[in-house]
Design a protein around this ligand. Sequence first.
Ligand code: SF4
Length: 547
Amino acid sequence: MSIQWPKTNDAIGAVNRGDAAESGLCTLCTAACKGKCETWLSSMIGRKLLYPRDFGTITSGSRNTTHLGISYNSLRIQGYNYGAKGLPNGLSDSADDCIFPNVNIGGEFGREIKTKYSIPIMTGALGSTFIAAKYWDSFAIGASLVGFPIVVGENVVGIDKKAELKDGKITKAPELDRRIDTFLKYYDGNGAIIVQLNVEDTRNGVAEYVIDKYGDKVVIELKWGQGAKDIGGEIQVTSLDYALFLKERGYVVDPDPTKPEIQEAFKHGAIKSFARHSRLGYTNLSSTDKVKEDFMKSVDYLRKLGYKRISLKTGSYGMEALAMSIKYATEAKLDLLTIDGSGGGTGMSPWNMMETWGVPSIYLHAKAYEYAKMLADKGEDVVDMAFAGGLAREDHIFKALALGAPFTKLVCMGRSVMIPGFVGSNIEGVLHPDRREKLNGNWDELPKTVSGLGKDADDIFAGYYDVKKKVGTKEIEKIPYGAIAVWTLCDKLAAGLQQLLAGARKFDVDQISREDLFSANRDTEKETGIPFITDVADDNAKKILKG
Ligand code: SF4
């Protein structure tokens, strides 16, 4: 059965530009979009979008009364009519203290060195894909101001024409420097900059370069895979010279730009672009034991280089790889393991691969919990985990954290936290045409979906004055509107998450548990181990009735 996710949400006034994916985002999200899905609107309107529109003149009702199939949308969130758990210090259990704005959603992950965050989200890996480079300032400054981890994905150095390599190792990496420095400029102790290593990055000496230049300000991430594809990262280039440069740098470039017949076809316009691919990892290893040995050696090497914080990102491979990632990351005492379900991405993963390969998020995450618990029951100190794959809203954050509790610390959001970067850059490009090219703004004028909200940054973005308060009157002039939009979206996610937690009577996000969920159909119950709605606390209910 194929489920059609709704494209319109009349209650909050949101409409998807294209087909909707499980996340609620379009299957194709374009940086030029003039609106207006929930995430796009939230990037300007912020927490007001938690509520139906036109208060005072409407009534509204949920359409979520049927839950078909197995997905995060077939989990529902618990609420209780008494009690309060996890009250932060200084708060009593009085109704005056137990209000949703008092719910703590900040936390930390890691082993010896704890990495703090103010909201339990992180970005997906934003690597060599051009859209990541174009809107990086918005993403990185937004993440830094809000205080959540951002990931520099693979191949950033390899495709940088200005990067210099000597004897195959990097000596200069301006784009990677820009990515790291932009985040660090506003970093105030919350969040982190994480740099990924794939096969090519390892060969190029990214780890050695980063530790020499930035020390342990950076978290280094080993990369096994992602949800979008099970081949390495890809980009598309439209210049023959650039394709030849990438081939020279050692990448797989398809079609091969060194072949005369391909060059001829390109000159005649029959071939318009080239795809640059990465390599697969561990191709020379034939058993899990050998992979483990190699992985442990890599971790040791990174530690010897001086890295204090190391993470692993794995994709939606099958159960064996999932178990390997949890067990090896735990034994290696890593700081974080990100588990990415199929199937969205930020780059150019082959479409039918995204549609058909790998383990969808909810199945993968449910098994991740089961395997983590097996280790915990044996007394192992299980690695902190982040769940990723098709998660965009505050209810998704709640559900993913609860499904993997107590092992999940963060929810990794790829496409959704990029949308405010696009929206803000497009608006800034119209209001300040001199900045448009640098910002990669796509609009000539404000669409009605924006001009109806205001005419300048301070009346368009609900979060503008909060950011101004944080950075000061002078510095606000330097903050990209895309970063203000990231702040505004996160404010909505934060308030929504606080409300859901307060309803579940959890006043600290670290109190979230699997008991805070129930399955809305029997198939989801079977796959996740989360009991069906009316089975949860049914025994208690009957005791009350018999009492
Ligand atoms: S911002 Fe992206 S996901 Fe949202 S409506 Fe536009 S294209 Fe769709």
